[in-house]
Each structure stands twice: as structure tokens, then as C-alpha cells.
Ligand binder design. Sequence first.
Ligand SMILES: Cc1ncc(C[n+]2csc(CCOP(=O)(O)OP(=O)(O)O)c2C)c(N)n1
Ligand SMILES: [Mg+2]
Length: 538
Amino acid sequence: MTDLNCAEVLVQSLVEAGVKRMFGYPGDPTIELMEQARRRGIDVVLARREGTAAFMAEGEAALTGSIGVVFSTLGPGSTALVNGVAAANLDRIPMLAISGQIESGSEQFFTHQVVDHKLLFSSITKWAGRIEPKSVGTVMRKALRLAVAERPGAVHLTCPNDVLSTTAVDAEISPVPMDQDRSATIVVNRSSSGVAPAALLAGSRRPVVLAGISATRGEATSSMIAFAETVGAPIVVAPMAKGVFPESHPLFAGVSDVACNTVVKEFLDGADLIIAVGFDPVELVKPWRYRAPVLHIDSTPNLDQVYAAPCEVLGDISAILDWLASSWRGQPRWLESEVAAHRSSLRAAYYAGRAEGRLNPSDVVDLVQSSLPASTVATTDVGSHKFLVAQGWLAERPRSVLMSNGLSAMGFGLPAAIAAAMTVPDRQVVALIGDGGFAMTATELRLAAGMGLPLICVVFSDGSLNRIELKQMALGYPSTATRLEEMDLLALAEGLSCDGVRVETPGELEKALESLGTLTRPVVIEARIDPGQYLAQF
Ligand SMILES: Cc1ncc(C[n+]2csc(CCOP(=O)(O)OP(=O)(O)O)c2C)c(N)n1
Ligand SMILES: [Mg+2]
């Protein structure tokens, strides 16, 4: 027995796991939790609602690779958390979500504000557990270990009101590994028809790598560059993995399943071997359509079976790529000039539908990127604009472009950018978001303004839930429930203690970006785009 209460054990476990900050929204049952966090130096950040708090925790974790923590009260607090928790789970971001609950003695029969958290969160987390005095230390180890273990995701913990201030019986706090296992042990699994990975690779004339978020988590960038150059294999990356392979590299061959997807699909169709390097099928928008055999390289087996792979190579992704590159005896399979031709058709497709004299979405992406430092962190939301940002923003380093592309949840972009600006104050952060997603989350700017965060929030303002409106148009349907009423974003920005500027032409945007100077609070750039370019794109 010790004299630590359960909240102290919970919070001390977070401290041992390196947690510096938690986002959330309070209620009676979280008071003890927030106080213990404050006492141990964890920054307790008040978002304007639980869902955005969860996106902040997700954004922070996506940027750093460590666990994000979010908390809510019982009932309406926990139900409001759902979207952000599900996003972290499907976006494969480690998250610990904690909700208060009514006194443990009343939980089974009392009804006011009571929902069954185990049932609610089980389908959107890796595990939904509860804090109890007899197991709190162990449950915290399990929650943290499970959230960060491959594939990472969300874990939810219920904390009954009386339990947090009750003395813990299981009060042992033993730190758990919070990183991926980087041991170089490589396991090869083959089906009855599968050949060895090196032989599969050697037999291929047109291999193409499809890299995904597990490669980002495996910090595989330098091994991937060496592998690509040795084998002469071009690399397509999945959207959330942007930057895992530098996009200025001559062997970079585009981003999958976003704008220009027919060009990328044709390129992958031309492969005689697809080397899936940490590719997570959660980013696949349509069923797997490629006929080439797949060599599966990942930290986890091909358990989804979205594609068939007769050969799986499992372990640390960098070590696997190094091993395959070192056993390579052939000539490089692709000439850089062949990849260059593909890269220029990709670029041409990205500019398709661009109209001179208008403010096109691709102008916004290009002008914003060229005005900001190379170290900038960009976030994006969900909608037509994301498809262009994901293909057009040139990412040079991992974790520099953050988005939700597993759950693909609108409302991620702005809160994630706010959390990023808190986490890396030495880097510029820009949110590139739609007016629909902005309307969902704009009030979070008051928090960012209060902290003096020099955040740039670029709103692709088209008065439309364009991604959906386009689909209505394609079916010949009128725009029903997809038009947004006119909103004065400058007045809104001012009311939230932010700066604001409205631009309607590329020239105005350029000037606005040039005159930003040193920011002491967020600025909203209302970019009145002509959405016509989207029509040519999708
Ligand atoms: C939370 C949530 N609700 C609805 C959707 C479906 N959806 C996908 S894109 C989109 C439109 C987004 O509009 P906006 O933010 O203005 O971006 P735009 O498409 O106009 O660039 C909608 C409604 C979603 N992905 N997430
Ligand atoms: Mg819009």
C-alpha cells in the first residue's frame, strides 16, 4: 500500500511515458485528474470542445510520434470525444483518451449522463479499459503499451468519479517501452507459391515501391532512399506518409489516391512488382486494383488481406530495406529519365483546369508553400482542397504534412495545426483547410490567439462542401445541403482576437503572404478560390 491516489498513479504513469501536455474539456469527474496533472507539470490545455481536443492530441502525436492524451467528462463529454478517438485509431496515431464516469457504485443502474464507455469505445479503439484501485498501475502500463505498439491507435480509459481520489492498491509505476522495437530481426513468411524476397525482386523489371505510414513510424527515410537508388525503383507514397521519401528526389513518383490519381494509377499499373513498404490499406480509397504481385514489407503481417502477398518480410522496415539493397546484384531497373517523364505528366495533371486570372486552388498551395520556410509544418482538412494539397505540397521530410486519411474526418486540420504550433514553436505552422471544416472548428482560434501562436490558417473559401457538391453535380442532382452561407471570416477572425486578410487573386495572396511579417497571433487568410479547377481534377 502507498498513499498515492489513483489519479496520482495515472498522471505519474503519463509523466514516465514522456507526456508533457493533455488536451480536453472538464467536468466534475475530471477535477482530480486535472489537478494532479497540473501538480506534476503536465500542461492541461482547454479546447473549446472534446472533439477538437482529441484532434489536437492526434495532431501533436502525428507530429512527434509520441502518444497524445485527451480527457473528457462523463456522458456528453465522452460521446463528444468519439470522432477524434476514432480518427486516431484509423489514422494509426497513438492516443490515450480518458473519460470521467459516475461513482462506481451507481454505474450499473443510474441513468443521468451515463453511457456505457466499454460499449461506446470498443469499436473505435484498440482497447477500452477502466481505472480501479486494485489495478491502476497495471492498467496504465497496458494502456500506454497498447496504444504505441504496432499498429498504434487509440485506447480509452474510464475513471469513475470516486476512484480517482481513492488510494491506489496497485500503485507500482514501471515505465513501458514507448518506441517501436527497432531490433533487426527479420522474419520472412512465404505462401506455398511464394519465392524468396530477394528472388522476387531480382526477377522484376519494373518494380515500384508503394510506401505508407508504417515506414514513417519506422523512420525508414534514409534506407528507402538508398534502396530506391540501388534498385532503381521509383516510389509512390500514401497521403499520410508524405515526406517519408523526399518529393524533390528524381525517383519520387507521386502520392496515391488523391488529385491526379489516374496518372498515379497508370504508373502503378505498369509495375511488374509492387513493393508495399509499410503501406497501410486504411489509406486505400478504392479496392486494390493492381495486378502485379506484391512484396509486403512491414512491421506487421498482411492481416488485412486487402491485397494478396505471397511473400511477407516483417521486422524493422529500415533493416529490411538495407538487407534487400545489400543483396541486390542487378542493374537499376528504371532510368531517372523514365521517372522524369512520369513526374512531368503528374505535374501537368495537377495544373489541369487551372484558369488564368482566377485564384485557383493549386495557386493557393503553390504560393503559400513558396512563401514559407522549408521547415514548415502543414496540416490539411478533408475535402477537395485536401486532394490538391496532398499531391501539390512538396514534402521533403517525414511528419511535415499532417492529415486524417484513415477516418478522413473533417475538422482535423485547424486543431491539429494549433497543437503543432504549441509543440514546435520554432517552426512555422500552416493549416490549409476548407470553409466547411473551418466552420466546424473556427472557435479554437481563440485558444491559439490567447497563447500568441503565430499560426497561419488558410481557408479555401468556395462557399461549398465541394467534395460532396461535385458528386451531386456528376449525378445531375441540384446542390442540396452542400452550399454554405456567406461568412465574414475577417469579422470572425477579429472576434476571436486573430488577424484576418481576404484575397481574391493570386497577386493579392502573394502580397498578403509577403506582408505577414512576424506574427504574434494567428492570421486567417480567406482565400476566395474559384473551385472550377476541382471539376477538371476529380
Ligand atoms: C466529419 C465529417 N463529416 C462529413 C464528411 C464528408 N465530407 C467529405 S469532404 C466534405 C466537404 C468538405 O467541405 P470543405 O471543408 O468546404 O472542403 P472542400 O471540399 O470545399 O474543399 C464532406 C462533407 C467527412 N469526411 N467528415
Ligand atoms: Mg469548401
